[in-house]
Design a protein around this ligand. Sequence first.
Ligand code: F0G
Length: 459
Amino acid sequence: MTGRRRTAEPYRIKMVEPLRVTTPEQRATAMAEAGWNTFLLRSDDVYIDLLTDSGTSAMSDRQWSALMMGDEAYAGSRSFFALERAVQEVYGFPYVVPTHQGRGAEHLISQILIKDGQYTPGNMYFTTTRLHQELAGAQFVDIIVDEAHDTTDRSPFKGNVDLLKLEHLIDEVGPAQIAYVSLAVTVNMAGGQPVSLANLRAVQDLCRLHGILVWGDATRCAENAYFIQQREPGYADHSVADILRQTMDCFDGITMSSKKDNLVNIGGFLAMRDEAILQRARELVVVYEGMPTYGGLAGRDMEAIAVGIHEMVDDAYIADRVRQVDYLGQQLLDAGVPIMEPVGGHAVFLDARRFLSHLDQEQFPAQTLAGHLYVDSGVRSMERGIVSAGRDPKTGANRTPKLELVRLTIPRRVYTDRHMDVVADSVIDLYERRESISGLEMLYEPPSLRFFTARFATL
Ligand code: F0G
């Protein structure tokens, strides 16, 4: 994307899905009925849905065709072997166990590898990943670099592990007390920030020395590989497919939510190199998901994932995907709106702490901003701050994360740049009248993953 020549999407549109346009009055009513929680809105009331990039991708004509080829056999489905082949070819893991989505795989690996009282260090938490680790008896320890918690720091690899933090933990508790190191590429909660190959290799070396497994969360691994190609010295001439493979070589196994980079609406898997772990995973998957050759998915879902796995490493596709996210981010930066920098791979994160600097964190600035953005323009976003962070399981106190963000998550191949323009205009208008926005109080709080169903009212 250098110089004055612009690029365009490496696909054309074959089918459209009409959207409903609502009035500000209708949206104010809808928001109040949803308890100021964007998760509780009806999608028919949403104009541009940037709640998540999860399961919201547009599938290609090839993926839709593949659905028809699904083998719905209860056992030994041909579609399982198509998925297995794609995982072997693109990721390089010999063994795969399908699951209904990413958290199904997180559940399995947490139950297999964690003993009660162990630690699971990771490069910032993700909600479902940490919860499954805690449910298996582990304590999560954040070992991400400090820059990740600073929305203004422009370092190129803010998802990296701070090796000193990891070494300290190993010294303090001993390697036997570490169930595994859990690494996400890219890091969702840090703003979709990437991890460098140099950092992954350093973590791998340190862990090998101590006999500790390194487990990857490969949910957005193609976006991570693209950032390595663009930013890490020595990789500009490598294909995204090649970099992705080198990334996977740093892991003993991965969990994958296929609902993101694999370009499908449902699915996930656990992949690994160790036969004993495979054996345990097959034993557990039949209890919680389904037979090891379908793991909670239909045969057709596995066919669509197999095609999506190859499409995600197409260099033109992934370059355009990340470009569109950046296109939105740059418009906001040009208008002076505080966002997480650099712009990440799947979303633009508004810095609600700086945006609504007159609100306390206990007044839920990010939740508030997400609500007002919806009322202003019908754009649905998601809180990633104090509500998402939940409570400390030991003390019961609110966790108070440094990052108080609103995520504008861009679905893959779904919206045009003009949709991004509408989003940018709305955010910029809100920023100009930010002083007039007051905070929220929480009226209902569920016991876990509270951000999904909590209800709020304006103060
Ligand atoms: N890991 C990461 C990094 C994720 O972002 C997600 C889901 C999961 C694991 C769990 O996968 O949803 O298929 O069970 N993230 C979604 C999001 C929910 O909106 O960021 P899942």
